[in-house]
Design a protein around this ligand. Structure first.
Ligand SMILES: C[S@@+](CC[C@H](N)C(=O)[O-])C[C@H]1O[C@@H](n2cnc3c(N)ncnc32)[C@H](O)[C@@H]1O
Length: 305
């Protein structure tokens, strides 16, 4: 039985959402919180994430009620709430998110990062998120917006061979449904790992448009640089981008968006060309086998100049 027949079996057996959950487990999304405290001892930012975690530790009932059932979680394995808290921690620690600011969550999934932000944003603070998978958005509207009306979720029918193959809008033609210069901070977590460079380039231009001047953007990706290349050659990573398509690599030729690895130099070029500039050095992830890392995926923080 080869890889593709396993995938097809999965689709037939479990239905689309369960299939997405399976793929998510395989992917990034795999980003995890290091409960050993390894992160905390190495990086200042992780201390802040620890702080958020402590804040959330008791996980009040209101948080538990917003947590989707397992069958709806298609955004990756690991502790759903803990991963959300980890990234909320990065928004605060790496991007200086303040409670009264406005944020946009591009590819918000089932509210993994929105949930901890309900406990952080306050006053004028607001959250908008959009995604291309209907059941996730429906869950967020029912469980989050009803309790936190400043948390708004939108569904866009954008094509993605993994998440929304029947979508009617090409990613290159999407206009984010927000006015120019609306947000202080835009984040795109584990989404560019499912988009090809041209789509990423277009999304970066939309991010630039909706960001306020000096707004910040946190994005995650699998970046191929010399170090990643070397680790991959040594075979220490369970992820193996077999097909080299020039500016990006994939694990599946037929369904490229299952997992996309971007050439670091090209992603940095797209960020610059889109009018953003790096706000800090890249925080590399552990996905390719690095021993010094912040998270699972590589984390890039940029700002609108
Ligand atoms: C691994 S999940 C991550 C979800 C969320 N960011 C999180 O961290 O929980 C990837 C998400 O990207 C969304 N996605 C894929 N292509 C997209 C696109 N072109 N525009 C917006 N969302 C997209 C998927 O529907 C899915 O929810």
């Amino acid at each position: 039985m080869n890889f593709f027949s396993v995938l097809i079996d999965c689709i037939l057996s479990f239905g689309r959402i369960s299939f997405l959950a399976l793929i998510g487990a395989f992917d990034t999304a795999a980003s995890f919180v290091d409960d050993t405290g390894l992160l905390g001892s190495r990086r200042k930012t992780a201390t802040i994430s620890e702080w958020i975690r402590r804040l959330m530790k008791r996980r009040p009932d209101v948080v538990r009620r917003m947590t989707p059932p397992r069958k709806l979680i298609y955004v990756g394995r690991g502790d759903f709430l803990a991963v959300g808290e980890e990234f909320a921690g990065y928004l605060v620690g790496l991007c200086n998110l303040r409670p009264e600011e406005s944020v946009l969550d591009v590819g918000c999934g089932v509210g993994r990062i929105a949930i901890p932000l309900t406990q952080y944003l306050a006053g004028e603070g607001s959250y908008d998120g959009f995604d291309i998978v209907g059941p996730g958005i429906e869950w967020c509207r029912q469980r989050i917006t009803t309790k936190y009306p400043r948390f708004i979720f939108k569904l866009l029918d954008v094509t993605n061979t993994l998440y929304n193959p029947a979508g009617r809008v090409d990613p290159l033609e999407v206009r984010f449904p927000y006015e120019d210069e609306t947000f202080d901070l835009v984040f795109v977590v584990s989404v560019f790992t499912h988009m090809l460079p041209q789509g990423v380039e277009h999304y970066l231009s939309e991010i630039f448009r909706v960001l306020k001047s000096e707004g910040r953007c946190l994005m995650t990706a699998f970046l191929i640089d010399d170090v990643a290349e070397q680790h991959l050659a040594e075979g220490v990573s369970p992820l193996y981008p077999r097909f080299n398509c020039g500016l990006y690599r994939v694990i599946s030729k037929d369904s490229q968006e299952i997992t996309v690895f971007h050439e670091q130099a090209n992603l940095l070029r797209l960020i610059e060309a889109g009018g953003l500039r790096l706000a800090r050095n890249i925080d590399y992830g552990s996905w390719c086998g690095r021993r010094n890392y912040l998270s699972y995926q590589d984390v890039v923080v940029a700002e609108k100049r």
